[in-house]
Design a protein around this ligand. Structure first.
Ligand SMILES: *Cc1c(COP(=O)(O)O)cnc(C)c1O
Length: 229
């Protein structure tokens, strides 16, 4: 199947159940991205700031760009003017920097807090208790130029479907609890980003409403930016 075919069938599969499809285009060429774009895809995700900025500059301006990979504070300024959603916020310090750069650009930046759910040592993200601590802090409450839209998580890279299912279940349960306790009056807290090519069906079963798919759309990546591929 071509990239365009993949987009069409995945859009079909996800739109009817109100799951948002993010096409993760890291390492892929502008031509590949344009093929997906011409098939109707407007949401693309990248994990490297420099690559993201280059693609933003050379591709159609009605693309919404998501950052799905780890973000260093000193790079926030490059994406602050245009980024649609940052999936990978994993510290208060980073959130404060995003807030600062958003204010400079006179906008509010949508963010997801990345939750650590995997049984692996290398995954970025905050623990459940750290998220609660962050949300309760005065420093957090004073940030006016960020909007926390929800949570993101990456499951363990394993064939054990039961384990993946449990990790997504925990994240979904945590999401519901956080929404009740801290965002009851904010309908904008509505996004649960979980699921990649290998596990998105399980993620959707467990309540994901945003999936981040790379290889399912574009084929395998040659350069290994992401250690689990
Ligand atoms: C690369 C990446 C994806 C997409 O991975 P695939 O397995 O190719 O679907 C999703 N989320 C994050 C955070 C990534 O870095």
């Amino acid at each position: 199947m071509s990239i365009a075919d993949n987009i069409r069938s995945l859009k079909n599969e996800t739109e009817t159940i109100h799951v948002t499809l993010v096409a993760v285009s890291k390492t892929k060429s502008n031509d590949d991205i344009l093929e997906a774009y011409n098939a109707g895809q407007r949401l693309f995700g990248e994990n490297m700031v420099q690559e993201l900025v280059e693609k933003y500059e050379s591709l159609p301006k009605d693309i919404s760009w998501h950052l799905v990979g780890h973000l260093q504070s000193n790079k926030v300024k490059y994406i602050a003017p245009f980024i649609s959603l940052i999936h990978s916020v994993d510290s208060l310090k980073l959130l404060q920097e995003i807030n600062k750069q958003a204010e400079k650009n006179n906008r509010v930046i949508d963010c997801l807090l990345q939750v650590y759910i995997a049984d692996e040592e290398t995954k970025f993200g905050l623990g459940f208790d750290e998220i609660i601590e962050l949300l309760r802090s005065d420093e957090f409450t004073s940030l006016k130029y960020i909007s926390i839209r929800g949570l993101m998580g990456i499951a363990t890279n394993t064939d054990n479907e039961k384990q993946i299912k449990e990790e997504f279940y925990e994240l979904r349960t945590f999401f519901d609890g956080i929404k009740q306790s801290y965002f009851r009056k904010q309908s904008s807290f509505d996004t649960l980003s979980m699921g990649m090519s290998s596990d998105y069906k399980i993620a959707i079963e467990q309540g994901s409403n945003m999936v981040r798919l790379g290889s399912t759309i574009f084929g395998q990546r040659v350069i290994k930016h992401w250690k689990n591929n």
